[in-house]
Design a protein around this ligand. Structure first.
Ligand SMILES: Cc1ncc(C[n+]2csc(CCOP(=O)(O)OP(=O)(O)O)c2C)c(N)n1
Ligand SMILES: [Mg+2]
Length: 540
């Protein structure tokens, strides 16, 4: 170790910068200021969310959109415990993340009580890897952290950096990048029967593709489209991966487990072979109830066993699909018209239950589709009744233009995720859709959006209800309990945070607001969209 050897925080920041990480989302406290400073010196843009939990969602969305680890930095004790929800969310959503928390100095940690929490016990169950980083392990731990966070399936790693270690000279200071992408020839696993996926597909009359986040994160869109077109197979998409297959494509066949889910499940049940292409069962809201033979095509083996697959083709999903397309010799399995008729039946179900004279939830989704046609915005959604609707109703045309949590499904995700999208894509409009409950959890972040001058529109589905749960109380004929939420005047709230605000209670009113907003906003805009939630009941 030479005199000018870097300190531990420098080694950490250098690894992150070399891995292509461009932003650090975080909240400060004594023991992490050295990490923050070294990230700054490495050229990372620092983003101060208003609490660690939302900083974590911002980092999660960074991982989703870029495929690089989202970096979030917290202090010890209350900072690290505040971050837990977002790290757990990234874990279930398979988003690559490096979360770094400070800690009291090592000589106090074993017995001291003030602000000391045992990170290992808190984070181990909700990360792919949790460890301490020390000056004599810094390079190796960072290399492993990056590799683990990015390896399939991706997810979060949590590192604890003690106050006395961050400034100490690192003895393990080599900065070496591990491979950050997957490659390699696929392996085929079969238990008797046909071990040739092409022969198995050839034997099927009505195969359907069910795709999901592993295909999205595996950047397999081009190959997926080519295969669906050549083999003439309809594609059903899992919610978080919306856009992995263009929803304007003649072979698009809906989103599973969102609004009108019965229609989509019945369609899947009508297949004689399912091709599960990067479909991650973490997205299933209900138990799997499809007794159709399946082929699992994924970057990881079918270790979940949520569905039975007679054949597994495991490898880089894009490469597997390219090989299948190359080798496919048959006719198109489905006529485009049949898929179109199915889409129409899904559409009809989607519009059921409208209340005339009121603004229905589908009106809000229609207004967004019309104001930003052809997938002309990056859209995020929160969790609740509105999510199930957006999940089915927003027309996503490209990958990485849609942000949703459907693994852990934590409320409060949408706004911080939209902020990340707006930071990364300043040229594109970003529309955050969110319920009034979820918005109330994180609305303080609008101040950050204003400070960063983001081109962001938050459309709040205002029904004075935690509707998704209130509906379930109604179905049990229970009274609403803990599910009514008082109205907030969102225009006043927005203005107090250097944003613009607008109120509407009709589709025409919302159309006017969004037509203007779609041209670009000089300040972030909060739209209080007062809806009648009655329509939701007929869709779920
Ligand atoms: C952090 C968190 N707490 C509670 C829940 C359970 N939950 C799911 S949806 C929902 C209601 C959401 O209400 P709102 O944001 O107003 O959306 P709406 O259902 O009304 O569209 C609740 C409480 C959750 N998913 N996440
Ligand atoms: Mg609500």
């Amino acid at each position: 170790m030479s005199d000018n050897a870097p300190n531990m925080a420098q080694v950490m920041a250098k690894h992150l910068a070399q891995a292509g990480v461009t932003h650090a989302f975080g909240y400060p406290g004594d023991p992490n200021i050295e990490v923050i400073e070294q990230c700054r010196r490495e050229g990372l843009e620092l983003v101060l969310g208003r609490r660690e939990g939302t900083c974590g969602f911002m980092a999660e969305a960074y991982g989703m959109l870029t495929g690089k680890p989202g970096l979030v930095v917290s202090t010890l004790g209350p900072g690290s415990t505040s971050l837990v929800n977002a790290v757990a969310n990234a874990h279930a959503d398979r988003a690559p993340m490096v979360a770094i928390s400070g800690q009291i100095s090592t000589k106090l940690e074993p017995y001291f009580t003030h602000q000391v929490a045992d990170h290992n016990r808190i984070y181990a169950p909700i990360t792919k890897w949790t460890t301490r980083i020390t000056p004599d392990t810094a390079g190796t731990v960072m290399r492993k952290a990056l590799r683990v966070a990015l390896a399939d399936r991706p997810g979060p790693v949590h590192l604890t950096a003690a106050a006395n270690h961050v400034t100490a000279k690192a003895t393990d200071d080599r900065v070496v990048m591990p491979p950050l992408k997957s490659a390699g020839l696929p392996q085929v696993f079969a238990n008797g029967g046909l071990a040739d996926p092409l022969a198995r597909i050839a034997a099927a009359q009505k195969p359907i593709i069910l795709t999901g986040i592993s295909a999205l994160y595996g950047r397999a869109t081009r190959q997926l489209v080519a295969f669906a077109e050549k083999a003439g197979i309809p594609v059903v998409v899992a919610p978080m991966s919306k856009g992995v297959f263009p929803e304007t494509h003649p072979y698009f066949a809906g989103v599973v487990d969102m609004a009108c889910n019965k229609v989509v499940w019945d369609f899947l049940r009508s297949a004689d072979l399912l091709l599960c292409v990067g479909f991650d069962p973490v997205e299933l809201i209900k138990a799997w109830d499809v007794r159709v033979p399946a082929i699992h095509i994924d970057s990881t083996p079918n270790t979940d066993q949520i569905y039975e697959a007679e054949l597994e083709v495991v490898g880089d999903i894009a490469s597997v699909l390219a090989m299948l397309t190359e080798g496919y010799r048959g006719q198109a399995k489905w006529a485009e018209g049949t898929v179109k008729a199915f889409r129409q039946s899904l559409r009809d179900a989607y519009y059921q239950g409208r209340v005339s004279g009121a603004m229905n939830p589908t009106d809000v989704v229609d207004a967004i589709n019309e104001a930003y046609p052809n997938g002309g915005a990056i859209v995020s959604t929160d969790v609740g009744s509105h999510k199930l609707l957006i999940g089915q109703g927003w027309t996503a045309t490209r990958p990485n233009q849609f942000l949703m949590t459907n693994g852990l499904s934590s409320m409060g995700f949408s706004l911080p995720a939209a902020i990340t999208a707006a930071i990364l894509h300043r040229d594109k409009p970003v529309v955050c859709t969110v319920g009034d409950g979820g918005f109330a959890m994180v609305q303080g972040e609008m101040r950050l959006a204003a400070a960063m001058k983001l081109n962001l529109v938050a459309v709040v589905f205002c029904d004075e209800s935690l509707n998704r749960i209130e509906i379930k109380q109604m179905l049990k004929q229970y009274p609403s309990a803990l599910t009514r939420i008082e109205r907030t005047d969102l225009t006043k709230l927005a203005e107090s945070m250097e944003c613009d605000g607008a109120f509407c209670d009709s589709k025409a009113g919302l159309d006017r607001i969004l037509a203007q907003a779609a041209k670009g906003v000089s300040r972030p805009l909060v739209v209080e969209a007062k809806i009648d939630p009655a329509q939701y009941v007929s869709q779920f």
